[in-house]
Design a protein around this ligand. Structure first.
Ligand SMILES: Cc1cc2nc3c(=O)[nH]c(=O)nc-3n(C[C@H](O)[C@H](O)[C@H](O)COP(=O)(O)O)c2cc1C
Length: 262
């Protein structure tokens, strides 16, 4: 079998010896910027080979103590998917009740799932005690296995994007009901309910941004120096650079990767 770890990673002149070739770096950043949460899908089936690659990419995420606490439930059964859709509709109304007036109207106008239309659904779960009770890397922070599972999901999301597959995360659900529908044991936590399938196109910007629901925060405003109170002082070069399109010139000498021309 081709070993994905054995990719030729000859260093480039002028950079750190371990830096990957320019096209690899460009590919990674481009994938990150072009990843989108999707809610509209084409019905075309996903070949098992493609899904297998995406799942293996997820499985190569980092995990606390190398516990690999995740499982993946591939959901093709339409009856169960309709049950999940009904659950979503109930929870959507509970979610809507958190907003008032125009905001609520806007919320109700948004399409927030593709449970039935997508080619398949996938549940990513976390089994915190898989290798317990002792876990290397776990002392006071209870949620470390959940963090690990989220990394697997991000890997999956990015791998799906390079395969041209859309992924939509649906969290407007209830874990107790998901457990019942899918026979998930009490010791296992459903982390993500994902809709997966081919799409007509990936929007350049998040759907919620396009809909005027929220905007991307300025990365500069999220930077702190040496303490929470250490805001991005004007003298901090790094604070300026995170908003400077010039940092991308080396990676994207042309028009940029997509979203807002990074
Ligand atoms: C934990 C989590 C839960 C989410 N739940 C939903 C959801 O229930 N419905 C939905 O439409 N999008 C959901 N999303 C997608 C976000 O709305 C989306 O990631 C965000 O708007 C940014 O867009 P982007 O992913 O295209 O960059 C979820 C994303 C995450 C990470």
């Amino acid at each position: 079998m081709l070993d994905p770890m054995a990719i030729d990673s000859k260093p480039q002149a002028g950079g750190d010896l371990n830096r990957l070739p320019l096209e690899v770096r460009r590919g990674l950043y481009e994938t990150i910027f072009r990843r989108r949460d999707m809610r509209e899908f084409r019905p075309d089936p996903v070949p098992d080979e493609v899904l297998a690659r995406v799942l293996v990419a997820a499985h190569h995420a980092g995990s606390v103590g190398f516990t690999q606490p995740w499982d993946f439930i591939v959901v093709r059964d339409m009856e169960r998917r309709h049950e999940v859709k009904r659950l979503f509709e109930e929870e959507r109304l509970r979610n809507a009740a958190q907003f008032t007036g125009r905001r609520r109207e806007k919320f109700l106008s948004l399409k927030l799932e593709g449970i039935v239309e997508s080619a398949l659904n996938l549940i990513v779960t976390c089994e915190p005690d898989r290798f317990g009770p002792g876990v290397l890397g776990k002392t006071a922070i209870e949620e470390v296995e959940i963090y690990s599972t989220c990394l697997a999901i991000e890997n999956l999301w990015l791998a799906a994007r390079v395969e041209g597959l859309g992924v939509g995360w649906v969290s407007i659900l209830r874990n107790d009901v998901l457990r019942q529908i899918f026979g998930i044991p009490k010791t296992v936590i459903p982390i993500a309910y994902l809709c997966i399938g081919y799409v007509d196109s990936f929007p350049a910007r998040p759907v919620l941004e396009k809909a005027g629901w929220a905007e991307r925060l300025s990365p500069r405003k999220l930077l702190h120096f040496d303490s929470w109170d250490g805001g991005p002082a004007d003298t901090e070069r790094l604070a300026r650079l995170v908003e400077d399109p010039e940092i991308w010139r080396e990676i994207f000498p042309g028009d940029g990767p997509g979203e807002d021309d990074k």
